[in-house]
Ligand binder design. Structure first.
Ligand code: TYD
Ligand code: MG
Length: 461
């Protein structure tokens, strides 16, 4: 803490936060014994807290950069390896983290799981959506140790902050921003001005108190992001939950992080007792269905700093109606149409009279262009009813003239494929600096779609 000339000693109750100019054995406010601790504060700044917040209260005034203790880098582990990793090594005290996602995806489950798995962390869980009994039922289902967690069912943000000030938790969770309201904005809860004001209030609170705050925000299915989008500028970290509601995999992606790298990805599986961390996503995204299924191809894809493999599934059948249908789950349908047009024009396949459906395993939403190659292979595999061996995978982007183009971090993808026991990987012939052979995996370089077909579907075409 910056030790300026104008400081004084005050005593704080660690139980309720009550301030007193002298030591007392029993806190007059909450009646607890032996809870008063001495704290040196700069005069006029009375909000310093116990341990984690050192320096935070002082930061409301201009401070010489050299005087700021670098303790602000301290992070609190949430005892969840995947969440800690995408936060950049734990949550930063005094930061505001937004978790966004569609209703039912698992935001409340994840945020309640955190305190249950960190009993040493004093947590205040504020719910504006559920009653305390509903939260209790969920907590029972999730298991863990509830001893560090206090539940508060409240939608008035001023009351929430008052309670948090009294309780002085290490972590506060607010579920959700849409249900909270503040008296300082006129409109109804959930409106844009309310959402902004609530978030700004929470940010101020987090910075001044040094308490880490996790804020939950709903995002609607059709991509219309009411709220969380405007919040992105306000908060320090944005984590987004994704995944098909029907499937059991959930992806948590960091979109913004003032304290770490973005485009990190964590994978979870929703089970009967909450979200399970999936440390090796590849194994879950490649369904093990023995041999002999056509229409599937494995892609070596990259998301954030991670490489993992997953299965692309395709079904090609004769169009029942006049116009052929094209449908894609987890993949851009315009991109699919482009790939089909390339197949038609550059490789002479008549796919225009066929229905084409594709699906990304595990409810994954894929934007990595390197998946083009696996999509094309899966479509051709279904079209020819020709099975691709299960230990072959693909990484390449396809251009409009049918050329197969190199993709970012090809080596990383090759290493991951080799690590998972794949025998062959197809990449672009134009990839540079790729070693001829990697231990245990054969690298096959192809230049364009016709060359790919010749190599892979020789016997079928
Ligand atoms: P929830 O966390 O309530 O979603 P959100 O807060 O994002 O709206 O998740 C609800 C879904 O998760 C619901 O369909 C039930 C399911 N679920 C499980 O499968 N297992 C569990 O242990 C829990 C608590 C929920
Ligand atoms: Mg919820």
């Amino acid at each position: 803490m910056a030790s300026g000339s104008k400081t004084k000693s005050v005593w704080f109750c660690t139980s309720c936060g009550n301030e007193s100019p002298k030591w007392m054995g029993r806190c007059p406010a909450c009646g607890e014994w032996n809870t008063m601790v001495e704290k040196t504060v700069e005069t006029g700044v009375a909000k310093a807290r116990g341990s984690a917040g050192s320096g935070a209260a002082a930061s409301v005034r201009p401070v010489a950069l050299s005087e700021i203790a670098s303790a602000s880098e301290a992070r609190i582990s949430l005892n969840n390896a995947e969440v800690d990793r995408i936060l950049g090594g734990g949550i930063v005290p005094g930061s505001l983290v937004l978790i966004g996602g569609e209703p039912g995806i698992g935001k409340s489950t994840l945020s309640l799981q955190i305190p249950l798995h960190c009993p040493a962390l004093k947590t205040l869980y504020v719910t504006g959506e559920e009653s305390v009994r509903q939260v209790k039922m969920r907590a029972d289902r999730l298991g863990g140790d509830p001893s560090g967690c206090t539940i508060f069912s409240q939608t008035d943000i001023e009351s929430v902050l008052e309670e948090a000030g009294r309780l002085q938790p290490d972590l506060m969770i607010v579920d959700s921003v849409q249900t909270m309201f503040t008296h300082s904005a006129e409109s109804t809860p959930g409106s844009v001005s309310q959402i902004k004001e609530v978030a700004a209030t929470l940010l101020r609170f987090a910075k001044e108190s040094g308490i880490a705050v996790i804020l939950i925000g709903h995002i609607t299915k059709d991509g219309y992001i009411a709220g969380p989008k405007i919040l992105e500028h306000i908060v320090d970290v944005v984590l987004q939950f994704e995944g098909e509601n029907r499937g059991s995999y959930r992806l948590l992606r960091s979109i913004k992080n003032r304290f770490g790298s973005t485009s990190e990805l964590a994978v979870f599986e929703m089970t009967g007792t909450g979200l399970r961390e999936v440390s090796n996503p590849s194994e879950m995204l490649i369904p093990m269905h023995g041999e002999g299924l056509s229409g599937t191809a494995v892609s070596a894809m990259l998301d954030g700093a991670r490489s993992f493999l997953f299965e692309v599934q395709a079904l090609v059948s004769s169009a029942v109606y006049g116009t052929a249908q094209r449908s894609a789950t987890g993949f851009d349908v315009r991109r699919l149409n482009m790939l089909l047009a390339v197949l038609e024009k550059r490789a002479g396949f008549r796919l225009s009279a066929k229905d084409v459906f594709i699906n990304m395993a595990g409810g994954l939403r894929v934007t990595d262009p390197a998946c083009d190659l696996a999509v094309v292979v899966a479509v051709l595999s279904s079209n020819f009813d020709y099975t691709i061996p299960a230990d072959v995978c693909f990484a390449g982007e396809i251009g409009l003239s049918g050329e197969i183009r190199p993709v970012a971090q090809t080596e990383k993808r090759i290493s991951e494929a080799a690590r998972l026991g794949f025998r062959q990987i197809y990449i672009s012939a134009f990839s540079k600096n790729i070693p001829a052979g990697k231990a245990g995996i054969e690298i096959i370089k192809v230049g364009d779609v016709p060359a790919l077909v010749k190599r892979l579907f020789q016997s079928a075409a």
